[in-house]
Design a protein around this ligand. Sequence first.
Ligand code: AMP
Ligand code: GLY
Length: 429
Amino acid sequence: MDTHDSQENFHKVLIVGNGGREYALGLHLKQDSRIEQIFFTPGNAGTALLGVNLTLPHNQDIVEFCQKEGVSWVIIGGESALVGGLSDDLRANGISTFGPSRAAAELEGSKAFMKDFVASCGIPTARYIQTSDIKAAKDFARSLPLPIVIKASGLCAGKGVIIAQSYEQAESTIDSMRKEFGQAGECVVVEEFLSGYELSVFGICDGEHFSLLPPCQDHKQLYNDDKGPNTGGMGAYTPSPLCDQALLDKIATKIFAPTLAGMKARGTPFNGVLFAGIMVVDSEPYLLEFNVRFGDPECEVLLPLLQTPLLDICQAIESKQIARLPIRFRDGYCVGVVLASHNYPFGSSTPYPITIAPFDSALGHICYAGVSQESATSPMLASGGRVALAIGVASTLAQARDNAYTIANAISFEGKLLRTDIANKALKA
Ligand code: AMP
Ligand code: GLY
């Protein structure tokens, strides 16, 4: 990270969330000498090594804590707090916040809103219908070639998407979506399947201008070769050689520029990090989804290479100066391999102790996610779905991948589940 001359401006920062992403945010912020103390809510047993974990269940609890403690910045990691209007509540109380407003978070909070917005801006996306009329959904599904994509409209942590391989499966999925996801499933999106490769592209946005970060690739399916159920993400790497400057320029002009202009025109400008899930078909980008926050595990691989302090980025968003801030990344590559528990993505596991064999810290580091501890001195337990990530950094992608797997192999817990092919698509290309 770039160094600072001024030590005058001390900050207390609160990070909202409990995953590997929030651990990575904490690890990055900890290297910034202007930051005096880091709090997490709720955090995990790993973030307790970086700062102080707090239980602040409601927005009002967070606002009151920030006021009492003099917290100057709140970094919101995940979508549920954003969709729940936490950034609005904080800003209304004069607390600086990284994260879009509730209204802007609808880009992720409602797939139905997102699809209609995207269509109204002329952004390339899959053909779709969004409806609560079961018959209309089924008729549209019958009109599409197989396979067919069916999505619940609301927040389902990346798990509300089913790829139906037959019309019968499509129909039974449409029927069951409503029951399974309750509120979120009330409106269903049926869309054409796009065949290509996926990229995660992040834009730092100040409502009007944006700056794209190096392209990442996530690995959504549970098993090697993109087999098995969709998950929140089983591993990622950056920068992806599958995205050259020409493609990144198309993503900027066809997706990010119209989105920022459209959100501003609606009176809901987007401030924060906008995550475009892209399918590249014949060198053309199609938008699959927007998320209104950093990806997890993409955040864990971007931040180790980010040289510009995140605090400077937050301040530039707040003062609408993103167009003037060069966001620098160091040369090299970063690969993150998720170590999940045996029930992932269907449930968390019985807590099992984690052991870590020594490894050379020059290879990379561990990001803790679904971990807990009975007491501060007891062993760390694998208790969540995605337990930890092995992060490898190196000057080549192959070496970063090897480093990540060396660290992944040093971490043991019962039922450890990982993909062994993270970054392979790029290495084979
Ligand atoms: P979403 O939550 O919309 O990003 O969907 C989760 C995952 O489902 C994506 O990352 C893709 O792997 C897959 N997916 C979603 N929509 C489509 C589509 N139209 N065509 C192909 N795959 C899709
Ligand atoms: N890695 C995808 C997500 O954060 O939703």
